[in-house]
Design a protein around this ligand. Sequence first.
Ligand code: 8YV
Length: 322
Amino acid sequence: MNDKPVVLVTRKLPEAVEQRLAEKFTALLNPDDKLYGTEELLRLAAQADAILPCHTEKFPAATIARLPDRVKAIANFSVGVDHVDLEAATEKGVIVTNTPDVLSDATAEIAMLLMLGAARRASEGERIVRNQLWKDWSPAFMVGRQITGKRLGILGMGRVGQVTAGRARGFDMTIHYHNRRPLDAEHAGDAVYHDSVEGLLSAIDVLSIHCPASDATRGLLNRDRLALMHRDAIVVNTSRGGVIDDDALVVALKSGAIAAAGLDVYNGEPDAIHPGYRELDNCFLLPHIGSATVETRDAMGFRAIDNLVAIFSGREPGDRVA
Ligand code: 8YV
């Protein structure tokens, strides 16, 4: 007889993760990595005691209300939980967890890659070489900007923000940040706190966005705030597309109001992002790969499993967010 809890896994996860999951649970896997729509998700959830989703599956209040009562938990394979209505989950008594810490290094790497790629015109250069458009060299050819020694502004100095600050210090960048509250001295180090987004934006050369998407941060980087940045400034986003007002950023990039952007996350990703970004040479664009390393994806899966094991052993999961 099999009395292990049943876990619905919505996407294909790394082999080691699926193996460990199968040792502890009855796992309903998705070997073809099909993207489930809401109805299919709810149909499959009828057999599940918990769901292990990615950010690609959405759980608004209406979906949570329709979850079968046997579903006790949503153990996300993600640190961001903006795809789950946490209030609705709490109301229904569904525990929600995420996977913090384990993706901070990988995401900070991508933030640095975006800074460098945007500053040094990586997209443009790569296209020139690949398309056999490289005909000459001159002192003025492909001249970009240097990030070394510049002022980095971190919007959201949480786990990923702090690791990014550490990496940026290796480039002799000075660190500025805005958070709801300043960090304690041990975590802030030499970073300069700004008590307003506006104060931060007017004091920096490079902005790296690390705050979660929420009602409070939606469209935060809008036309008025972009106008506070100087003409050589660079905007980088590894958090969520929703923090940026795309129309405003595209206009700023097109008009030269700021120099460049490096983006890994978008409103409307994957296939309905603002078309303006694709046309701009001063955009360095990646397809939401902040945590896409072998090491991190395994660690995210193990962390989600640890949360599920705690929940089904009657313990408080380490990463409970609702
Ligand atoms: C993940 C992310 O790949 O964890 C997050 O919040 O944005 C990504 O790094 C994705 O969410 C997996 O579900």
